[in-house]
Design a protein around this ligand. Structure first.
Ligand SMILES: Nc1ncnc2c1ncn2[C@@H]1O[C@H](COP(=O)(O)OP(=O)(O)O)[C@@H](O)[C@H]1O
Ligand SMILES: [Mg+2]
Length: 233
């Protein structure tokens, strides 16, 4: 579904991504793993067109999107949830969801606020609450729910468990697995290996903007040497 090949990206003169290649199949959850500063967020921003790739291809459903503007990439069916939560603090939960609403492609069951509340029951309990008066975990759920209202077929989730209390992390994992059961494809980034192992099928390990290792999540959990080399601090 998504095929990234030889992706390079720069911030000004700084060369950050050095030829990242990865694939996400239909219905698969792939996790980008790597230490702080490895290039996980830049990979996602580059796929999304927010940091335009300086070289490489980003193929989605057989169409090359590299160099296209972000709104066009979103319209093609890729939803992006950045590391920093992006909700409208003055708007209520239901208003935030209304802002995210986009028509669903043919043949797809469209997301509705009710479906989002089934996925994240806590949002249904506070639908009239302004976003600014929610906890960090609730805001993270709202950010994901709002992105789902755009009916993406591929979701990019940048460190969804970051900074969340353990009980909320567990709810987040449950929600991500529910999305997988519905057939959504997901590329997420994580530093929390336990969380990654709970949800992902495959892992892509990156270091200094390069893809170093790809393995099934199970193989990675059994490979202490690789984990120590690319993940431990
Ligand atoms: N806006 C920016 N301008 C310049 N350098 C940046 C910017 N954002 C990130 N970087 C640098 O790019 C590298 C990769 O960062 P990032 O993709 O955020 O890593 P990760 O998400 O894996 O922690 C780091 O060295 C970081 O300092
Ligand atoms: Mg990051």
């Amino acid at each position: 579904m998504l095929r990234v090949e030889g992706l390079h990206a720069h911030y000004g003169q700084a060369h950050i991504l050095h030829g990242i290649s990865l694939e996400v199949a239909q219905g698969e959850i792939v996790c980008l793993l790597g230490r702080n500063g490895a290039g996980k967020s830049t990979t996602m921003k580059s796929i999304m067109g927010l940091v335009p790739p300086s070289a490489g291809c980003v193929e989605f459903d057989g169409r090359d999107l590299a160099g296209r503007p972000a709104f066009e990439i979103a319209r093609a069916g890729i939803g992006y949830v950045p590391e920093e939560r992006r909700i409208f603090t003055e708007l209520t939960v239901e208003e935030n969801l209304a802002v995210g609403r986009r028509p669903a492609p043919a043949g797809m069951k469209p997301w509705t606020p009710e479906r989002a509340y089934e996925l994240f029951p806590v949002l249904g309990e506070m639908r009239r609450r302004p976003g600014g008066r929610m906890s960090g975990g609730e805001q993270q759920m709202l950010t994901i729910a709002r992105t789902l209202m755009g009916n993406p077929r591929l979701l990019l989730l940048d460190e969804p468990s970051e900074g969340l209390a353990p009980v909320i992390v567990e709810r987040m994992a449950t929600a991500i697995l529910a999305l997988k059961r519905e057939g959504l494809s997901i590329l997420l980034s994580e530093q929390n290996l336990v969380f990654a192992n709970a949800v992902a099928d495959r892992a892509c390990l990156i270091e200094t903007g390069q893809l170093r290792h790809t393995a099934s999540m199970a193989a990675l959990m059994a490979d202490e040497a690789v984990r120590a080399r690319y993940l431990s601090v």
